[in-house]
Design a protein around this ligand. Structure first.
Ligand code: THU
Length: 160
């Protein structure tokens, strides 16, 4: 038996420590919380995916009376990017959560399915996608989606 520690690296930034580019993507994720369709959870999530060509794709969570038919904000943005700009790498993905009349103090943590989709996006284009999780108390910055999901499952795993 051997024990292996899987680690994930992130940094926490104050608003004024972020770059102008990071702030601009986060601002759109925040704005997108207003476009969330969340009558069941009242938890508004906004996402913004910046592409290599500078375009920013927008997402917001879309809920459904048949609960599992809904989709998280991150996947709405990433799938829209893939569908409209299939040849453009995603360089940054920002997420913001709003509930009870305010943005959450701590960032929302993306669900497992969204992390898996983020990874596929990163691998598909062969570069890193920076992930920015906004919270009123600070923004968590991950240099790569892979930092959010150690022990990844990607297409190479299908080869056995
Ligand atoms: N949600 C997201 O959109 N992204 C996340 O990272 C976490 C959860 C949504 C799904 C659902 O509409 C609501 O938040 C409550 O779970």
């Amino acid at each position: 038996m051997k024990e292996i520690n899987l680690t994930a690296k992130m940094r926490v930034y104050n608003w004024n420590e972020l770059s102008e580019e990071q702030r601009a993507v986060i601002e759109i994720a925040k704005e997108q919380t207003e476009r969330s369709y969340c009558p069941y959870s009242q938890f508004h999530v906004g996402a913004a995916a910046k592409l290599a060509n500078g375009v920013i794709m927008r997402g917001a969570n879309q809920e459904n009376a048949a609960y599992p038919s809904g989709l998280c904000a991150e996947r709405v943005a990433l799938f829209a990017a893939g569908a409209q700009y299939p040849d453009q790498p995603v360089t940054k993905l920002a997420i913001a959560c709003f509930t009870d009349g305010h943005f959450t103090a701590e960032p929302g943590a993306p669900c497992g399915a969204c992390r898996q989709v983020m990874l596929e996006t990163e691998h598909r284009y062969g570069g890193k996608m920076e992930v920015l999780l906004y919270g009123e108390n600070g923004t968590y910055v991950f240099d790569s989606a892979a930092d959010l999901l150690p022990l990844i499952f990607v297409k190479e795993n299908l080869l056995g």
